[in-house]
Design a protein around this ligand. Structure first.
Ligand code: NAD
Ligand code: DAU
Length: 339
């Protein structure tokens, strides 16, 4: 089995590459990644010498490159993680989100049509469903929830989903889509809430909480997401959408306070800053379908997963310090200095 994993030098894609190489000793895993600011070869350092692994630096929107890769490797499965993934960056500059997330997806789909494929899997997000009100804790996102996006990021991911479904229906491409809630765990880029708060806490820097910190996210340990995708590409039904999430809802403030407590720091580090424009209030996944159809359930609860994650950041300081000491500083200054 040959699998092309796009975006495999990023957070979830990198975890997926490790997961698959460890689980399937007879699979060939090919990572195609443009190495944007979010792509990091240090994440793949452990597997670079693995004979079952190949890394290619390239853009999924580069048609010539993608076609030549398909011609050479004749992949059985594509798992598309490659995307611009940060909501705040999409608010600053939407265009790159359209190129990578929409055009990039269309190029991959065209390549699948041209060369044939056993499965194209699109890694999507629960953000395509918009948000839920805080005072309706009885409501959850199901696969039937209408698409209703808030940010340029989520709009670009929704556009990609629709395109994937259109290729499934019109060209009978064997596609699946998964929509997962917020991930956390090793190799998470420190622009996102959890790793940003861990890094700032360890450096005794202010912890910038947007608005009142009452927004709710449904946190999933990244390995549980990888296991779900593994199940979908092997056992999932062609044409289907699967929601992935594990009922681990927390307010942002609860998450930040948990990190502060675990690191023995003071809550006086919390700094309330201007809210994110269009900020989604609550995400919450109903995972009944993937549980009933494929037998997937999360194995790591938030209280355990957050401690494992904090420990990983303590044990891998060089990985994140190399990031925050580089061009990330300019980003941080731009996004947070006048907030
Ligand atoms: P990330 O930003 O950490 O990594 C993205 C990777 O894609 C990087 O390695 C980057 O170099 C690469 N990339 C970006 N544009 C590319 C292009 N045009 N061609 C090739 N490579 C490109 O993202 P992540 O958090 O790991 O998210 C991965 C996927 O999962 C995304 O599609 C995202 O929408 C989705 N997702 C993320 C979460 C989450 O909580 N992080 C939850 C649900 C779904
Ligand atoms: O739900 C899945 C989505 O989760 C993925 O599709 C996205 O790729 C991923 O980035 C994530 O989106 P969020 O916007 O939920 O994640 P983020 O870590 O940016 O923010 C989580 C919450 O924390 C959100 O309510 C905003 C808030 N926040 C974030 C940052 C970076 C803060 O309060 N302060 C911050 O500095």
């Amino acid at each position: 089995m040959t699998i092309i994993v796009t975006g495999g030098a990023g957070f979830i894609g990198g975890n997926f590459v490790h997961y698959m190489l460890e689980k399937y000793s007879n699979y060939r895993i090919i990572c195609l990644d443009a190495l944007t600011y979010a792509g990091n070869l240090e994440t793949l350092q452990d597997v670079m010498e693995n004979p079952n692994f190949r890394f290619i630096k390239g853009d999924i929107a580069d048609r010539a490159l993608v076609y030549s890769l398909f011609e050479e490797e004749k992949p059985d499965i594509i798992v598309n993680f490659a995307a611009e993934s940060h909501v705040d960056r999409s608010i600053e500059n939407p265009e790159i989100f359209l190129r990578s997330n929409v055009i990039g997806t269309s190029v991959l789909l065209d390549a699948c049509r041209k060369y044939g494929i056993k499965r194209y899997h699109q890694v999507s997000t629960d953000e395509v469903y918009g948000d839920l009100p805080l005072d309706r804790t009885d409501l959850f996102f199901t696969e039937e929830t209408p698409i209703h996006t808030s940010s340029p990021y989520s709009a670009s991911k929704a556009a990609a989903d629709l395109l994937v479904q259109a290729y499934g229906r019109t060209y009978h491409l064997p596609i699946t889509i998964s929509r997962c809630s917020n991930n956390y765990g090793p190799y998470h880029f420190p622009e996102k809430l959890i790793p940003l708060m861990i890094a700032n806490c360890l450096n005794d820097k202010p912890l910038p909480v947007y608005g009142k910190g009452e927004n709710v996210r449904d946190w999933l340990y990244v390995e549980d997401h990888c296991r779900a995708i593994d199940m979908i590409i092997h056992k999932g039904e062609v044409g289907e959408v699967y929601n992935i999430g594990g009922h681990n809802e927390r307010t942002n403030l609860q998450v930040v306070k948990t990190i502060i407590q675990a690191l023995g720091k003071s809550e006086s580090l919390i700094t309330y800053v201007t809210d994110r424009p269009g900020h989604d209030m609550r995400y919450a996944i109903d995972p009944t379908k993937i549980k009933n159809d494929l037998g997937w359930e999360p194995q790591v609860l938030f209280d355990e997963g957050i401690q494992k994650t904090i420990q990983w950041y303590l044990d891998h300081k060089t990985w994140w310090e190399n990031i925050i000491n580089g061009e990330y500083q300019t980003y941080y200054e731009k996004m947070y200095a006048n907030r």
